[in-house]
Design a protein around this ligand. Structure first.
Ligand code: NDP
Length: 313
């Protein structure tokens, strides 16, 4: 196995990872960035990004990620395709973190920025998978605007679904909220917000049997688990809000995490419980999950890494 010693390793290639790379390379940390399995991260699965500041006409997700990569490379970031398969994070101030890539390359890093993101959960039914990008989305804040004045549906009963349903209710004519149990998991306050909106129709004990439409979403077929009754609701957009899974498996047992597996960072910083290891983006943020907030924490992680390394000199 080949071994390489570097100052700064960035794991992940979403807006957090690339922004960390821009800052770290400008600070002369000579970062190496490993992209992971999905180079560009979650934004490569969206179409138009209309809410990232600085793009008055919007930009499509994959283009934006290529531009971020180019920007990071312009300052010298070494962007490599590869999947981190194992980490041994030092507990010592100034300790070396050992990271294995693709089970064959060993990197010894003085500092590590974790930007591995989170993966949206989908229902997993074939019609939903087929229509991803054709009206099925896992982010109402990203894509809701495209359904202005139209009827949409949202699946889930947690805080995300409740929040996104109210968000959609401001834009769309009607929102059908599909909740699989007889109650929502969302906080009472969020539930009240949903109930107070006349254009949100909550269907309890309901699950999606099929997403209707050939190339674009035309409706959803819902089954009531109590009565077995099937209802077809015509909609043009379907939002899946059944939770995210942070990509933190390889850090388990080494980094402090919350009950859902999100990395815990200290106070307003990106410091984790291991010295020299920082976390930015969705991997440590289940509340905001926006490209711009991920980019912001990526910047913070690079600044924290720079200060940490400077403190060792
Ligand atoms: P949650 O895990 O809290 O909720 C997921 C919801 O999706 C549940 O209602 C669950 O149903 C449902 N669900 C899961 N799988 C399926 C499926 N296959 N089919 C149908 N429904 C399904 O995820 P959230 O993303 O809502 O929230 C994650 C965390 O982030 C929570 O701790 C939440 O409080 C927090 N959050 C806080 C916000 C805020 O404070 N403003 C905003 C957004 C999130 P069931 O209940 O039956 O299991």
């Amino acid at each position: 196995m080949s071994t390489e010693r570097i100052k700064n390793l960035i794991i992940g290639s979403g807006p957090a990872g690339y922004t960390a790379a821009i800052y770290a390379s400008r600070a002369d940390l000579k970062p190496v960035l490993y992209t992971g399995m999905e180079p560009g991260g979650q934004l490569t699965t969206t179409t138009e990004v209309d809410n990232f500041p600085g793009y008055p006409d919007g930009v499509d997700g994959p283009t934006m990620m290529v531009e971020l990569q180019k920007q990071a490379e312009r300052f010298g970031t070494d962007v490599r395709i590869g999947l981190v398969t194992k980490v041994v994070l030092s507990e010592e101030q100034g300790g070396i973190h050992k990271v294995t890539v693709d089970n064959k390359i060993e990197i010894e890093a003085e500092s590590v920025i974790i930007s591995t993101g989170a993966t949206a959960k989908y229902l997993g039914i074939p019609s939903e998978q087929r229509l991803r990008g054709g009206g099925v989305s896992a982010c109402a804040v990203c894509d809701g605007f495209f359904y202005k004045g139209q009827d949409v549906a949202i699946v889930g009963g947690g805080d995300t679904a409740a929040e996104e349903a109210t968000y959609l209710a401001n834009i769309c004519s009607k929102v059908t909220m599909i909740v699989r149990k007889g109650e929502m998991r969302a906080s009472k306050a969020m539930q009240h917000r949903v109930e107070s909106r006349e254009n949100i129709d909550v269907k309890y004990f309901s699950e999606i049997k099929e997403v209707l439409g050939k190339d674009v979403v035309e409706g959803v077929s819902i089954i009531n688990s109590q009565t077995q009754e099937i209802l077809n609701v015509p909609v043009t957009g379907l939002f899946i809000a059944i939770g995210h899974i942070p990509n933190t498996d390889i850090f388990k047992g080494q980094l402090d995490m919350d009950d859902s597996g999100y990395v815990i960072t200290k106070g307003k910083s990106t410091h984790t419980n291991r010295p020299g290891v920082f976390a930015s983006g969705d991997v440590q943020d289940k509340d905001y999950r926006q490209a711009v907030t991920a980019a912001g924490t990526g910047c913070m992680a690079a600044l924290d890494a720079e200060r940490y390394l400077a403190s060792l000199d």
